[in-house]
Structures are given as structure tokens and as C-alpha cells.
Write a new protein. Structure first.
Length: 54
């Protein structure tokens, strides 16, 4: 029961990721001279700073 909902969530997130990639590719267009750099930045993982607790 819980595993099925996790699988559904994963499938939904994968579909959203595919849609995001296609949107990025169409926005970038063909023969863009900054294609390599922008794709590299797009795929880069975000490193979030930890909040300091006082």
C-alpha cells in the first residue's frame, strides 16, 4: 500500500522531469552557441547552505 504510493510519486516526478527537460531543450533552440554551458549549468546539483541555529 505504502510502496504503491511511493512508486506512483516516483513516476509522477519522472514525468515532470521529462517535461522540464523538453521545455529546456525547446527554450534553448537549435544551434545555440551557449548550448554546452547552459546544459552544464542546468544539470548541476544545487548545494544548499545549512541554516545556523542559535
Amino acid at each position: 500500500l505504502k510502496l504503491d504510493t511511493k512508486k506512483q510519486d516516483i513516476e509522477k516526478l519522472q514525468d515532470q522531469e521529462k517535461a522540464l527537460h523538453t521545455t529546456f531543450a525547446t527554450t534553448l533552440g537549435e544551434n545555440n552557441k551557449f548550448d554546452n554551458f547552459l546544459t552544464k549549468v542546468f544539470k548541476k546539483k544545487i548545494k544548499r547552505a545549512k541554516k545556523k541555529t542559535q
